[in-house]
Structure formats: C-alpha cells, structure tokens
Ligand binder design. Structure first.
Ligand SMILES: NC(=O)c1ccc[n+]([C@@H]2O[C@H](COP(=O)([O-])OP(=O)(O)OC[C@H]3O[C@@H](n4cnc5c(N)ncnc54)[C@H](O)[C@@H]3O)[C@@H](O)[C@H]2O)c1
Length: 437
C-alpha cells in the first residue's frame, strides 16, 4: 500500500457531538486535523471559537484553533491530503423506523471521489453489522476505482462517549478497533493507540459494529425493564429506588439501571432498531428489543394517565423542567420530554418549559422557547414534570411552588409532600401510609 504524504493528519467528517470533541482530541495529541461539516452555521460558530457541544468548552476549541492544526471547513478539499479520514455522520431512523443511510452514503461518496492510495478510512457512526463491508467499501471502490484492503485501508471503530459524563473523558474510554483485513486492523489500531488510553482490537468490522449495538441494546432493555418495574412498584406501593440501592450492594451479578421518563438521545432508542432491521434479513427478530421499544414508546401515556388519575380538576396547564434527553446535555433528539409535550399538546394542554441548556424547541410545527421558571408559572400549572435533573435545578423552589409534581428522575428523593409523585416510588401522590395494607 502506497503511503500518502502527510503523516499524522486526519480528516474528520461530521463535526457534531461525536466528531467535534474527537477532532479536538486528535489536535491535542499533535495531529493536523481538518474537519468537514455541511452545516454552515456550525462552521461559522467554529470559526468564531464558539463550541456548540456542551462537553467541549470554548477554551478547548479556541486552543485547538490557536494551534493552527485544526481547520473546520464545509468542503472536502483536503480529503486527498489526509492520512486518515474518520466518518462521524448521523445514522438516524427514517420515518418508517428503518436505518437512514443517506448521510453516510453522501459522505462516503464525497470521500470516494477524492480517495488516494494508502489512505485509511474509518467509520465511527453507530450502525448495523455489515455496514462497513456492505455499504462503505462498495461506494469507496466504485467512486475511486481503487481496491479496499489493497490500495487503501478500511476500519470501523465505534464511538462510545457518554455525553454529560464528566468522569469518563473521550480519551479514557477504551477504543474498540477493527479492520477489513489484518493490515487494515493494524493501521486502525496504530491510529487510535496514539490518541486513546487503551485500544481493544476485534476480529472484524461486524464484531465492532455489533459491540456498539450490544452496549446500547443492553441499556435500552435494562432501562425499559426498570420502567416496567417502576410501574409495578407504583401499583404495589413499594419504592423501587430503595430496592435498587439495596440490590446494588451486591458486588457481582447485578448492574444498577434506573427508571426514567423514557429513553432518549441519538443512540440508545435508535441503535437497537438498526439491529432489529438487520435481523429481519436473517428471518429473525429480537423479542427483547420489540418489548423494550414498546415500553419506551408508551412512557408518555403512562405519565399522563397517572396525572389524570390524581388531578380531580383535570390537566389543563403543564410546566416541563428539562427537555434535553438527560441530565446536563442540550440534546433533544428522541427526548422523552419532547414526546410528552407532543402528547400534552394533542390533548389540548397548555405547555411551558424551562431548560437552561435548550433555549428553543420545535414541535408539531411550532416553536416554543424556554421560559423563566417564575413562582407564578409554577404555581399556576396543574402539574410540573421533572424530566431532566440538570445540575443547578431549583428543586426547592419547584417543590414549594408547584401544586403537583411528577418527578421522573428521583430528584425529590427524601422530600415529603402529598403533591409529589416520584415515578417508581410506590407513592403516586395519593398518600398511602402503609403501602402494603
Ligand atoms: N451523540 C452521542 O452521544 C453519540 C455517542 C456514540 C455514538 N454516536 C454516533 O455517532 C454518529 C454521529 O452522532 P452525533 O451525535 O455526533 O450526530 P450530530 O448530528 O451531532 O453530528 C453529525 C454531524 O455531521 C454533519 N453531516 C451530516 N452529513 C454530512 C456530510 N455528508 N458531510 C459532512 N458532515 C455531515 C451534520 O451536519 C452534523 O453536524 C451517529 O452514528 C451516532 O449514532 C453518537
């Protein structure tokens, strides 16, 4: 395989939640990095040194730009000069809940047209097993006229970041790596070994693709299981949160998962459906995924039903605290809060929301802006839903001003009040002194 000129140079395609922090990490490790991003608004912000990814500070971005080894661009022009091209483009679901490969196809086509002998192309996007070999390689070969594994190398290495998690930085998460051939694997592993604390080589791209789906499917199923247990505990008057705390004292055979308002984000509710879609090709389906997905989809209805059971005057006005899909992120993709708001609007409920990380949302073709969490707003609403327990949430104010609270995050643990329904606590706000009587 011929070598391209520029050693230790990387092009990262797709500067979103995954690609941008990865680009900065490569810069920090001494690489020359060009980033390709089709969204001109993001390019403008980057050029101004403004990070739109919560886990990356403006200072970190500005340091990368100041090094003069990071150049974001809306064009693929530098592809041919980079030693490695890493793809971090979206892999969402289509309207029919099947894999939407359009972003990947578009990006791979552009790369294929500029591909040079000796380059390494690595896919990081989460996707179904077989994507690298069956989707990426044929497009690269067709567009370039080169042969994968001979003229250029191909790898797959799943991104495993946990947005909002300050304990595990990108670099500290072991990097699963794979290649189309043993040489491709060597190249992929050598690249990430320079950037990450630990690499985990596996035998094929399919295994690496499956690894990512396994992790996320495991989370979908276990969180959905906890949501079902929370519903059961609500009916039985038992505090599931307390039971989980007790169960996790066993240091083997139990991993703690927690109930919540429904599973959101770009990965966990989406990736298992990629696997389910691929399973169909083999005449198979995962009943666990099917059930978990159904449970997840029904969470908003369950919460609304619980409120309607409790509120004699009905639910006409609601306030949502936190519309991001989880604590301390600003991402609303597949967020349970967005689904809840949609359902409330369908029912004719007036909805206001507050989220320090999400200034505005679009829902049912209308824009709603985050509003100040005033005493009056809280007091006027029939119900306040706590959907994401962001750091700095004014919990005491919410508890003292709201007339009724649905707490889906256990934020009010230890707080007393007939007006608090803590999901999964066994106390739905109806006050049952002895839960088992
Ligand atoms: N967000 C996460 O927490 C996370 C974690 C692990 C894995 N992943 C996976 O990583 C991939 C990227 O996710 P993300 O959250 O960063 O998405 P994102 O939407 O934040 O970022 C993707 C970026 O790619 C850009 N883009 C789209 N098409 C392009 C093209 N043809 N050329 C150049 N840029 C293009 C988009 O404008 C966007 O900025 C997905 O497969 C996702 O499942 C995401």
């Amino acid at each position: 395989m011929n070598r391209v000129q520029n050693r230790r140079s990387v092009q990262i395609v797709g500067l979103g939640y995954v690609g941008l922090p990865l680009a900065v990490l490569f810069v920090e490790q001494g690489f020359v990095v060009t980033g390709v991003e089709v969204d001109e608004k993001k390019i403008k912000l980057l050029e101004e040194g403004k990070s739109y990814v919560k886990d990356l500070t403006d200072e970190e971005l500005q340091a990368a730009l100041a090094s003069e080894r990071f150049r974001p661009s809306s064009r693929y022009d530098d592809s041919a000069r980079a030693e490695t091209i890493i793809l971090c483009v979206p892999t969402p679901l289509s309207d029919r809940a099947t894999p939407d490969m359009s972003y990947l196809h578009a990006a791979v086509t552009e790369i294929g047209r500029r591909l040079r002998p000796g380059q390494l192309v690595v896919l990081e996007s989460s996707t179904y097993p077989g994507t690298t070999s069956e989707e990426v390689v044929p497009i690269l070969e067709k567009e370039s006229g080169l042969k994968a594994g001979q003229d250029f190398a191909v790898g797959y290495s799943p991104e495993r970041i946990d947005p909002g998690n300050t304990k595990y930085k990108v670099r500290d998460i072991p990097k699963v790596v794979s290649g189309l051939t043993p040489t491709c694997l060597q190249r992929t592993e050598a690249l990430y070994a320079q950037t990450f604390g630990q690499t985990v080589p596996v035998s094929s791209p399919e295994v690496a693709e499956m690894t990512k789906l396994l992790e996320n499917t495991y989370r979908l199923i276990n969180i959905s299981f906890m949501n079902e247990m929370a519903m059961l505990c609500d009916a039985m008057g038992i505090d599931l949160w307390e039971a989980i705390d007790a169960a996790k004292t066993k240091s083997f055979g139990y991993a703690a998962f927690y109930p919540g308002p429904g599973i959101g984000g770009h990965c966990i509710p989406v990736d298992p459906l990629y696997l389910q879609w691929k399973a169909c090709e083999f005449g198979m389906k995962s009943s666990f995924i099917e059930l978990a997905e159904k449970l997840n989809r029904n969470m908003a209805d369950y919460l609304i039903r619980k409120v309607q059971e409790r509120l004699t005057g009905g639910l006409r006005e609601a306030v949502i605290y936190g519309v991001a899909y989880k604590k301390d992120v600003g991402d609303v993709r597949e967020s349970a809060a967005i689904q809840l708001i949609g359902r409330l609007l369908d029912e004719g409920v007036r909805v206001a929301y507050h989220d320090p990380n999400v200034p505005t949302i679009r829902i049912r073709n209308r824009q709603i802006d985050s509003t100040q969490l005033s005493d009056e707003l809280l007091n006027k609403a029939d119900c306040v839903f706590i959907m994401a327990d962001h750091t700095g949430m004014p919990l005491r104010k919410i508890v003292s001003e709201a007339r009724f609270i649905v707490d889906t995050r256990n934020a009010t643990s230890g707080m007393e009040g007939r007006h608090i329904y803590r999901f999964g606590s066994g106390n739905v706000g109806l006050v049952r002194k002895n839960p088992l009587s």
